[in-house]
Structures are given as C-alpha cells and as structure tokens.
Design a protein around this ligand. Structure first.
Ligand SMILES: NC(=O)c1ccc[n+]([C@@H]2O[C@H](COP(=O)([O-])OP(=O)(O)OC[C@H]3O[C@@H](n4cnc5c(N)ncnc54)[C@H](O)[C@@H]3O)[C@@H](O)[C@H]2O)c1
Length: 247
C-alpha cells in the first residue's frame, strides 16, 4: 500500500475495537505513527503490534474531564504534534424513548458527543498553531434519520454534525479540515450487538446494496479524508450507507 502517511502522527480514539482499530491498522500500514486511545487496556498491546514503528497505546476513559488535554500532551511528548485525529470511541445504548434512563442518556452524550468535542478542541489547538490538521468524527446514518430506540444515539450523532460544521468553518483558514463520516450498520462488535437477529436481517433488506458495511470500507474512506489529497473537503458529512438514507 502507498506510504502516503509517512511522517504523519494520528490520534485515534476507540482504537481497541471495530472501526477505530481498523483505521489504526489502515493508517499504520500506510506509514502513519498511531497514538491509539481506548477504555480497554488491550489498546496498549494492540497498538504495539500494528505494522511499522513508534505506535503508542493509551488506556483512558475519555469521559474524564482532563482526559483530552492529557492525551494530546502525551501524544506530543512521545511522538510529536498530531496531524490527524479520528474520533471513533462511542457507545450505542438503545431504549424506547419513554424509558431512556437519565444515566444512559448522559453516558451516551458524554462519550459520543462531549468526548469528541474535547478531543477535537485539544488536538485542534495544536493543529491550528501548526497550520495543518485532519479531524474526522464518526457520526452515523442515525445523525440524519430517526431509528427506533435510538433517541440518545441519534441526538448525540446529529449534534456531531453541528459540531463538525462549526469547527470546519473556524479552522479551515488555518489548514485544519473537519469532517464527519456516517456509516450504516458496520459489522463491528457495536454494530452486531445493536442489529442482531431478525432486526438486522430486515435492516439489510432495506439497504439498497443489500448488506451492512465492513470496517475496512469505512477505514478506506477515513484514510482518504485524512490525507493531504482531501484538503478541499471540510464541514462535510460523508455518508457510507449503501444508499439507505436516500431511499
Ligand atoms: N458499528 C456500527 O454499526 C456503526 C455505525 C455508525 C456509526 N458508528 C460509530 O462508529 C464509532 C465506532 O464504532 P464501532 O462499531 O467501532 O464500536 P466498537 O464498540 O467496536 O468500538 C468502540 C470503542 O470505543 C471504546 N470506548 C467506549 N467508551 C469509551 C470511553 N468512555 N473512553 C474510551 N474509549 C471508549 C470501546 O472500548 C471500544 O473499544 C462509534 O462512534 C459508533 O457510534 C458505528
């Protein structure tokens, strides 16, 4: 694979699983140095085993108030100023709207929205100073359509799009692009749990391409948006949904 990310430093949240791990592997294979962050301790070993050298895992709960600034400081200390941030850490806690417990609402907003903002803010500060950056936020098809039992999830992901708009316009003049990526169901631990059984089979039939997405397909799109070639794309929400939200 083309070594397009040689010399680039990428912070990736949610790097121990699913899309985050797959993006970490994709960017590392293309020459990037990856700083992976996850709640799971396994992130330390997983980052050490990525292709190439100098990767670093940080086991951290991103909902802690000081997490974002300390993670960016650690990334700078071990590797240098980050060029790329991928906000992939997230949860899907599903409840009928009338039953959503306050704790599950808050937990969803804390990780899916607030942690993404604080990471973008902390990384954005140094990227703006350096005059270069690529920030990609995982939103979802749930950001643009309603889904049964997804009140907290849809709200958190729709807000990611609003956040992406503001950051992109504030930071575009300083060389930092900010985009969102919105997949349909992706076959990761999160996707498989939320869409198991007949519910999932029905959803597949409603997707024009007739299947769910693979993490590698999402990583490939993110790889493009994270590259120098994507300098003219900012403030976008790029759907990767097999046509689902357009039918
Ligand atoms: N899989 C899908 O169907 C799908 C579809 C659209 C969007 N997304 C979004 O893509 C992103 C990644 O999803 P995935 O399918 O790879 O999920 P996943 O469950 O496989 O991985 C998410 C990772 O985030 C980590 N994480 C969760 N809370 C954290 C916290 N407080 N601090 C640090 N790390 C934390 C988890 O430990 C896990 O390793 C999420 O934002 C999700 O909402 C997923």
């Amino acid at each position: 694979m083309e070594q397009q990310f040689e010399g680039k430093i990428a912070i990736i949240t949610g790097a121990a699983s699913g899309i985050g791990y797959t993006v970490a592997h994709h960017l590392a294979s293309r020459g990037a140095r990856v700083i992976g962050v996850d709640l799971s301790e396994s992130v330390v070993a997983l980052m050490a085993e990525l292709p190439g050298k100098g990767h670093h895992g940080i086991a951290r709960n991103l909902t802690e108030p000081e997490a974002a600034s300390e993670i960016v400081a650690e990334a700078i200390r071990v590797a240098g100023t980050p060029h790329i941030l991928i906000n992939s850490a997230g949860v899907a806690l599903l409840d009928p709207a009338v039953d959503v417990p306050a704790a599950r609402w808050q937990a969803t907003i804390d990780i899916n929205l607030s942690a993404s903002f604080y990471m973008a803010q902390a990384a954005g500060r140094v990227m703006v100073e350096a005059g270069y950056g690529r920030i990609i936020n995982l939103a979802s098809q749930a950001a643009v359509i309603g889904l049964d039992q997804h009140a907290a999830y849809c709200a958190s992901k729709a807000a990611i799009i609003g956040l992406t708009h503001v950051l992109s316009l504030e930071w575009a003049p300083r060389g930092v692009t900010v985009n969102a990526v919105s997949p349909t169901v992706v076959e990761t631990p999160l996707g498989k749990k939320a869409w198991a059984g007949e519910k999932g089979e029905k959803a597949k039939r409603e997707i024009p391409v007739g299947r769910f997405a693979q993490p590698e397909e999402v990583a490939s799109l993110i790889g493009y948006l994270a590259s120098g070639d994507a300098a003219m794309i900012t403030g976008s929400n790029v759907l990767i949904d097999g046509g689902f939200t357009t039918v």
